[in-house]
Design a protein around this ligand. Structure first.
Ligand code: PLP
Length: 356
């Protein structure tokens, strides 16, 4: 082994869902939105001033910050933006999780949390979900170095009520509590109104799911101005021009179209409920997801087998072989009505062939 080896920051990277190169697949594996971005986005792209790309983008991202603040009725100093909420969350880990005590998050959750903690040498402990894959709030009341959880949780889709979220915040007054609301627009109640009441709360959201802009990479955090200031200090110490000019314009235009956002999220919710109904007819078991995916298992076929059979039929879903406890589950993103009808008929065929 070379001497320089021992000084390398070795990490086990996060594994994103597959992005197949072929286009004729039904892609239900990374929780993207099946509908296009708001129509204003196309207009921006067509009319974009190419010459402006000579210049660095606005490091304060003020057009987008302003648009987000207006959408939620906040002040601009309560909003922080980043290149996807992954970027925002990584900055949050760096800025706020510097205690000797472990940060805590659920044992089954977004699989990027332990990757950031390992990479940044942040001690952490995981808190087991209960037997129904739900977060047990009381287990988050002990001493710790910080708290983070998604609401609804991923990949389970289970939602905590605002009351329970507030209990977790209230019982952790000495550390930062981060609520990762990547899926909140699909039927949950956001913790956003609590940022004025609790100075230790950060709410994180993304344009990737409910705003159909996963390809543009836009995420944001909302908190009191003191926390936002600390977050910006770290961002400017790392990379001050994170978001490019085109993305700033695109995202600012998209967020202004409230009606389109509400219409498309309503459609996804409606399709999700239809899919739940059809999946139960096929014998699948799943919780009451309030996200844009369903986390389901079938008592008669392993998760791995179902995943592979679906892939053979060009239907991509997500399967996690670890931990063991979820290895029989599939995480199925909600697509268009037509995509979900195909999924259901393919599943019906797979399960039927198996029984003869
Ligand atoms: C999708 C997702 C994110 C990250 O989304 P970005 O595309 O980086 O904005 C963060 N947290 C959870 C729980 C997610 O599912």
């Amino acid at each position: 082994m070379s001497n320089w080896e021992k000084n390398i920051r070795k990490v086990v990277p996060y594994v994103p869902g597959e992005q197949p190169k072929i286009l004729d697949v039904i892609k239900l594996n990374t929780n993207e939105n099946p509908y296009p971005p708001a129509p204003e986005v196309e207009k921006i792209l067509k009319e974009f001033n190419v010459d402006s790309l000579r210049l660095y983008p606005d490091p304060t991202v003020s057009d987008l910050v302003k648009a987000i603040a207006e959408f939620y009725g906040l002040n601009e100093n309560q909003v922080f933006t980043g290149v996807g909420s992954d970027d925002v969350l990584a900055m949050i880990f760096m800025t706020f999780f510097n205690s000797d005590k472990p940060i805590i998050f659920p044992d089954i959750t977004y699989s990027f949390y332990d990757v950031w903690a390992d990479m940044l040498r942040i001690p952490y402990e995981t808190v087991p979900l209960d037997e129904n894959f739900r977060i047990d709030a009381r287990k988050y009341y002990g001493e710790n170095g910080g708290v983070i959880f998604p609401n609804p949780n991923a990949p389970t889709g289970e939602l905590l009520s605002l009351e329970v979220v507030e209990d977790i915040i209230k019982n952790n007054p000495d550390v930062i509590v981060v609520v990762d609301e990547a899926y909140i627009d699909f039927g949950g109640e956001s913790a956003l109104p609590l940022i004025d009441k609790y100075d230790n709360l950060i709410v994180v959201q993304t344009f990737s799911k409910s705003r159909s802009l996963a390809g543009s990479r836009v995420g944001y955090a909302m908190a009191n101005p003191v926390l936002i200031k600390y977050l910006n200090d770290v961002k400017y110490s790392f990379n001050s021009y994170t978001m490019d000019r085109l993305t700033i314009e695109v995202a600012a235009a998209a967020v202004k179209n409230r009606e389109y956002f509400e219409e498309t999220t309503r459609k996804v919710i409606k399709t999700r409920e239809w899919t739940k109904n059809e999946l139960s007819k096929l014998g699948f078991e799943f919780g009451d997801s309030k996200s844009n995916f369903i986390f389901a298992r079938h008592p008669e076929m392993s998760g791995q087998k179902l995943f592979e059979e679906l892939k053979n039929e060009k239907v991509f879903v997500r399967h996690f072989s670890k931990p063991e406890r979820i290895s029989d589950y599939l995480r199925i993103s909600i697509g268009t009505d037509q995509q979900m009808e195909t999924l259901i008929s393919v599943l019906g065929r797979i399960l039927c062939l198996k029984s003869i």
